[in-house]
Design a binder for this molecule. Structure first.
Ligand SMILES: [Zn+2]
Ligand SMILES: [Zn+2]
Length: 188
């Protein structure tokens, strides 16, 4: 098997984590996870780790930034098909996890597995390729970015008051009156 990103390099057998046999590139340290190895490991770990309902990579405290090879199109080491990519946005960067649409094995560039593990997504990598999951995450990301912008513009203290007020109004049957009042104040 050859490295998806560096077709002249032969992958070597490796163990990504206990019970999960993979194939590692000795040059770029990327890891290929064959479908059956991954599923076997996943089954072994099912129930041991809670699968988070909502995972927002954007909120992860990390300095990780994608390796340059991450953006290069990759070929499946098992069948040669172009790998499909799923994008994960972090605070300062983003990266792609890749999967063969035929063999359903995964490719993690160097460091990506650790980020997935920090997010609790390593136990359920297929979900990041799910379009519904991706759409949910994009909505959460938008809200999170809006929140960050409010804090940046108003400062944390006033931003907190705004968030508290927002919560109170959202839970009040006539909260929309307060919103209309505020809108009028700015309607000049
Ligand atoms: Zn490589
Ligand atoms: Zn394949």
């Amino acid at each position: 098997m050859r490295c998806p990103k560096e077709p002249t390099i032969e992958l070597a057998p490796s163990q990504l984590t206990e019970g999960l046999d993979a194939h590692c590139c000795p040059s770029c340290s990327g890891q290929w996870l064959p479908k059956f190895n991954y599923q076997r490991w996943q089954a072994m770990n099912a129930g041991l780790e809670a699968i988070p309902d909502e995972v927002l990579p954007l909120t992860l405290e990390t300095d990780y930034s994608a390796v340059p090879l991450d953006s290069r199109a990759g070929l499946c080491p098992e069948c040669g098909t172009y790998l499909k990519r799923a994008r994960l946005n972090l605070q300062k960067s983003s990266f792609y996890v890749e999967r063969c649409p035929i063999c359903e094995g995964f490719w993690c560039d160097r460091g990506e597995w650790d980020v997935l593990e920090a997010l609790g997504l390593h136990i359920q990598i297929p979900i990041v390729f799910n379009l519904d999951w991706q759409a949910r995450v994009r909505v959460l990301e938008q809200a999170e970015r809006q929140r960050a912008a409010v804090i940046e513009k108003l400062g944390p203290a006033l931003a907190d008051q705004v968030f508290d007020l927002g919560e109170s109004l959202a839970g009040h049957p006539h909260g929309d009156f307060a919103v209309a009042y505020l809108m009028r104040k700015f309607d000049k």
